[in-house]
Ligand binder design. Sequence first.
Ligand code: ADP
Ligand code: MG
Length: 660
Amino acid sequence: MKLTDPVSSIPLVGPSYQKKLAKLEIHTVSDLLLHVPNRYLDFSKTSKIKDVRAGEAITISGVVNSIVNQTTKKGRRMQIGQIEDETGKITVLWFNQPFLVRALYPGTTISLSGKLSWFAGRPALVSPEFEITKKGTPTTHTGNITGVYSETSGLSSKWLRSRVKMVLKSTDLSKLEFLPGEILKKHNLVKVDKALLDIHFPKSEKDSERALKRLAFNELLFLHIDSITKKKKWQKTTPSYKIKAKVNEIEEFKKSLPFKLTKSQILVIDEILADFKKSYPMNRLLQGDVGSGKTVVAALASYLIFKNGYKTVFMAPTQILAKQHFNSLNELFKNFGIKVELVTSGSKKAVSKLSDVLIGTHALIHRSVDMSKVGLVVIDEQHKFGVEQRSHLLKNNVSPHVLTMTATPIPRTIALTLYNDLELSILKEIPKGRQIVTTWLVPPKKRNGAHSWIDSEITKKGSQAFIICPLIDESEAETFKDVKSVIVEYEKLKNVFKSKNVGLLHGRMKEAEKHEVLQKFKDRSIDILVSTPVVEVGIDIPNATMMVIEDAKRFGLAQLHQLRGRVGRGKKKSYCILFSDKKTERLLAMTKTHSGFELSELDLKLRGPGEVFGLKQSGFRELKIASWTDTKLIKQTSVVAKEVLNNPLRGEKNWFKNKE
Ligand code: ADP
Ligand code: MG
């Protein structure tokens, strides 16, 4: 058998098992071998019957004395048997397996592994793993450290184990090693053939750990190799516009700003200028906490693009943010004769050919902008933008430079592996003079008190508040159910804050309605804005000083941090109030930590990257064996990937290729 063979070539795997295996994404022999146990049971110690104790995981071997079918009072079919060794007898039972009575006739030698519990006042092995034994043949399911697989689609661990054993016996693993001996030694790796055996049938805990490390190493290594190869190909085959940056022009722009750029901003701008000099398109991810000043970095880049005679396209996640960018860019560009245009769904007229900077939502821009002459695309508040999406931007095979910006602080190692074809820039500093938003965690019994405090802050100081309700459904877009629940909350809060003007904002409102509500909030004719998390990114309302979040535990830390970033933008002292019936570690961290990066790292540790970054939703691959939190291995494999790319790998390796 070869590792690339389909599972149908494994004995006893017919069409129905093939279907079940396909559900686990197991299509080939190697897929089966790489479906690794998710835990192990240690049955390696064989006990004599007289020594076994209730509650222990044990293995015994003996002879079947008797076995009969019985029916319980509730009508369940039960197989009850007695096993004997030279030291004593023990009761064994199974349920609903009447065929066992014929298979395990008296006199059969048998080995059983399981936990000893009680039955009818006596110790008994209930539903143990078992196998009929022959002298001189090692056991597969009992008497070992036994792998337990995630059992879905009706495939038992026992079945999987026996098929894996079959495959391991009839496959030549000796030619699989593809890493040179020095690398194995340097990283303390076991050979790949040993790893494949040991991951399924380890002799010790250490064996299984080393096997897991080796297979995780392989998985990450090929992930890196894949993306480096893709990136190199993209750089070789996709030309872009060379952008010249004149020092005096840059100085002129800097001088026009109402503030001094932070050191971080200057550093990132230099990185972008270096990208502009290359012959292939920039693909840079700019990470920066809320308020770190990403917009002005993008503005300077578009200014240089303009000076070189090209256009910039600015994509925002929502129409509201597009409008806001339109305003701030107009302000930043006012001395330079740069024509900025807002692309709206309302305006039927074709996008003007004379505009230098076009701003709109992703969808609008795709539909209405002629991409020739576009030298730079800026994508705001997003962290996924792979080769596939970028290929849409290609015009006459020339690609614009791309700058993606996000406030979601993905740890560097993960970012570079997930988005390996990106370069990464980080704005580490927040401009001076920003205030820290005082954050309180408020239990239900203090809810009324908090409401009266908010009410009096509005009365006394003319402040404004956001009240954010979580989405009910776990989907990305708002559903009608979400809208209904925010409306219910809005009606309640209107009653709580009787003397105040309460407004409502949710994602299912028409754009024009949303704008109207936000305008009223800006004009202060609304005191309290009740909203779904649509206000999460970017909205700038300096007079709003209170961010109130309902049922805060339902939000991720990055999201809470984003929401909190909506206040504290003006001179007035600002507050974030988290309502929660539970005092969780995550929510407590919000009251103590004000760095988005730290919060995101904590969230990652507590909830895992799948939850935090919505890996599935964003179409990123889940790792099968390695873990996104294993930064050490991610770093190691990234180095090795670069090493081995220069020295082609030997041995067979196509069996381990990651699937897209
Ligand atoms: P974000 O990174 O969250 O997109 P913005 O680009 O919207 O942040 O910047 C937030 C605010 O900080 C804006 O009002 C902007 O004018 C201001 N700002 C940006 N850079 C600086 C700086 N170096 N010094 C002071 N204020 C700055
Ligand atoms: Mg922004």
